[in-house]
Design a protein around this ligand. Structure first.
Ligand SMILES: Nc1ncnc2c1ncn2[C@@H]1O[C@H](COP(=O)(O)OP(=O)(O)O)[C@@H](O)[C@H]1O
Ligand SMILES: [Mg+2]
Length: 285
């Protein structure tokens, strides 16, 4: 496979490869996604879109359905009903392989890195480069350096460092580099800053911004609204499996976002005094 360089070529302005979705245009669209676990309706009629080249934050209280939604998009637990469109075309995402073939990469909370392997080995796990039937270490080292440099990751001292020795922020960076090396156009991240301190959180937020600058869409789950307001272009709020609200960051502030997360409804920022009932309430029965 062509690796990271082919991916950047495809995204380069005027690149001759697959047409890139213009920034802000829908890359992924969900229509009426439903998912139940027994009697628990984890997702009810979720209709939303993730635009290309922007950061969309997915927020909501514990049990709201955030992880279920990203598992549906990542092909880990496909929805019971509903449609998924990728670049305007209906797609079936039934396995993680389906998702990665489209260009959807997911960085899960446990990061799925191998502590006992170094950075290069982790980045090329399962896609090792060979040369005359032995591992082509030079090519892989160069690829690993390039992948980290593309993300402006400068704090890693050696790419031969074991992943176990990295800080939380660095591990996150390696996991993201690994995701992006597979030609990702959408990177989904589940709580990437949850376990991190202040400095490392700042590094990961900068990383998210750089992904968007490179034309990659990011869908990020976060509990931390400060992080959300720092990086997100859009917010989608889940409440008990329903989409309580979605829109550009300018339509949200901490107050109405918290309100939406905790009650499923909120006073619009532009009309703080209007007492209009939520349309979502009207939908219930
Ligand atoms: N594998 C599962 N089996 C049964 N119930 C589940 C499963 N996964 C999630 N749920 C339920 O679905 C709802 C949404 O969960 P989840 O998507 O994990 O929420 P969040 O990530 O927003 O905290 C919760 O009520 C949860 O208990
Ligand atoms: Mg979750």
């Amino acid at each position: 496979m062509q690796g990271a360089r082919a991916a950047s070529a495809a995204r380069a302005p005027g690149g001759a490869s697959a047409p890139a979705t213009p920034v802000g245009e829908p890359l992924l669209q969900l229509r009426a996604i439903n998912k139940s676990f027994g009697s628990v309706r984890a997702l009810s009629d979720i209709t939303m879109e993730v635009p290309a080249g922007q950061v969309t934050a997915l927020v909501g209280d514990n049990g709201a359905g955030k992880s279920t939604l990203i598992k549906a998009i990542a092909g880990i637990a496909p929805p019971d009903h509903g449609e998924i469109y990728w670049k305007g075309k209906p797609v079936r995402i039934h396995t993680p392989r389906d998702a990665s073939a489209l260009g959807i990469a997911t960085v899960f909370q446990d990061l799925a890195l191998c502590d006992n392997l170094d950075i290069v080995q982790n980045l090329y796990l399962g896609r090792e480069r060979l040369r005359a039937r032995t591992l082509d270490e030079n090519t892989m080292e160069l690829g690993a350096k390039q992948a980290l440099a593309d993300l402006s990751v400068v704090t890693v001292r050696s790419i031969r460092q074991l992943v176990a020795s990295l800080s939380g922020g660095q591990r996150q960076a390696v996991a993201v580099a690994k995701a992006v090396m597979g030609n990702a156009e959408l990177v989904i991240m589940d709580e990437p800053t949850a376990a991190l301190g202040v400095t490392q959180t700042a590094q990961v937020l900068a990383l998210i911004k750089r992904l968007a600058e490179r034309g990659i869409a990011v869908l990020v789950i976060s509990h931390n609204l400060r992080d959300v307001f720092e990086v997100a272009d859009r917010i989608a709020v889940l409440y008990l499996g329903r989409l309580a609200g979605e829109g550009p960051i300018a339509e949200f502030d901490t107050q109405n976002t918290v309100e939406m997360i905790t009650t499923g409804a909120a006073t619009p920022r532009s009309a703080a005094n209007s007492a209009a009932p939520s349309t979502d309430d009207a939908k219930d029965h």
